[in-house]
Design a protein around this ligand. Structure first.
Ligand SMILES: [Fe+2]
Length: 366
């Protein structure tokens, strides 16, 4: 058994300001990677700029990261980083900017390499990366993964390199401006990470500690989330500070879990659905959780997972998810291609500990 969790994590209110010295320890010139709007609205970008200024560190902002970032965007940011001679990268936002920050940090450190190197199995250096999450979903602030959109293949895929952030600064205040859909979809993404890591070929007692803790934290806030959906109002109007803090902790804990195991079939099936139907990542993953639990062969483990979240049966869990997420009608042709591509790809099947039949996988769509 092995456990390896090298990211220095601070999780507290005002942690960007409180730990500006930890940021300064990473370099002297930062490339801040973020999206167009949300980091300005929730105050995280301003906090990072102030922290860098207080430590006399120069700051270049690249704010063109789109949802499901593309290789093209990574390459554009690399050019800016090289031009400005940056020596570390800070990702601010949800999974998209945080994942992109890792890929950009690697491409800047290897300025003569072409974009194809992202998907080559070679050992390459990367600049240090700090992450400031503003959603509670991917856990990218602690994982070594960076998932990019590959337009040429009409899907998303993690790059071949593992780039652990050196520093994660987690402040749940940034989550408070998240929309209802973003908050719920990302919470379900984190829940999927916990489940797919627990029920995984690579699972061991160490990483299962993360999943167990995350699932029990989720059980404490699951009712608040569904009530928030029923209210149909902005989350900040219905959720307490305690729930926002729990959500951030669940996402980071789930990130620590998948760092050791990877994800499984719900994630594998979700990528073409997100690409072709523009369904958000959390929702695209969440719709496959009921099928995953229904057909998973070790029923004892499934029962344990359900108990940790506070459900008696898969049916209760499914009804809960349906209310939280709604349903998605996947067209027949897309579904057939999706199932076929998973079954033909050993890399995507290897985290599922049992043999998977086509008819079973096909039944994951409800
Ligand atoms: Fe995910």
């Amino acid at each position: 058994m092995q456990i390896y969790m090298p990211t220095n994590v601070y999780s507290e209110t005002h942690c960007v300001k409180n730990h500006s010295k930890d940021l300064a320890a990473l370099g002297t010139s930062a490339l801040v990677v973020t999206g167009k709007h949300s980091s300005r609205v929730n105050g995280s970008l301003e906090d990072v700029q102030n922290a860098l200024e207080s430590e006399d560190i120069s700051c270049t902002i690249f704010d063109k990261i789109e949802e499901n970032p593309s290789i093209e965007t990574v390459m554009e940011a690399r050019e800016l980083g090289i031009q400005q001679k940056v020596d570390f990268v800070i990702g601010i936002g949800g999974g998209s900017p945080m994942d992109a920050a890792k890929a950009i940090a690697m491409m800047i450190a290897n300025p003569v390499e072409r974009e194809s190197v992202l998907y080559e199995k070679r050992k390459l250096p990367a600049l240090p990366v700090a992450e400031v999450p503003t959603t509670a979903g991917t856990g990218s602030e602690v994982t070594p993964y960076a998932i990019l959109t590959i337009h040429a293949r009409r899907t998303k895929q993690s790059i071949s390199h593992k780039i652990y952030p050196s520093l994660a600064l987690i402040d749940s205040r940034y989550l408070k401006t998240a929309s209802l859909d973003t908050l719920i979809d990302t919470a379900v993404d984190a829940l999927a990470h916990l489940i797919e890591s627990y029920l995984n070929t690579n699972a061991n007692s160490y990483n299962r500690m993360y999943s167990e803790k995350g699932l029990s934290l989720f059980s404490e806030i699951k009712e608040a989330l569904v009530q928030c959906r029923r209210a149909g109002k902005e989350p900040v109007l219905t959720l307490s500070d305690h729930v926002f803090e729990h959500l951030m902790q669940i996402a980071a804990t789930a990130g620590m879990a998948i760092t050791h195991t990877g994800t499984s079939l719900p994630h594998g099936l979700s990528y073409p659905i997100t690409y072709e139907m523009k369904v958000s990542h959390g929702k695209a993953v969440g719709i496959f959780l009921p099928g995953f639990l229904t057909y998973y062969k070790n029923k004892e483990d499934v029962q344990f997972v359900l108990k940790q979240i506070g459900f008696q049966t898969v049916e209760d869990f499914t009804a809960y998810l349906d209310e939280l997420l709604g349903t998605v009608e996947i067209p027949e042709e897309l579904w057939k291609t999706d199932v076929k591509s998973i079954l033909e790809n050993q890399a995507k099947l290897k985290n599922y500990p049992f043999k998977m039949e086509e008819t079973t996988l096909y039944a994951f769509r409800r």
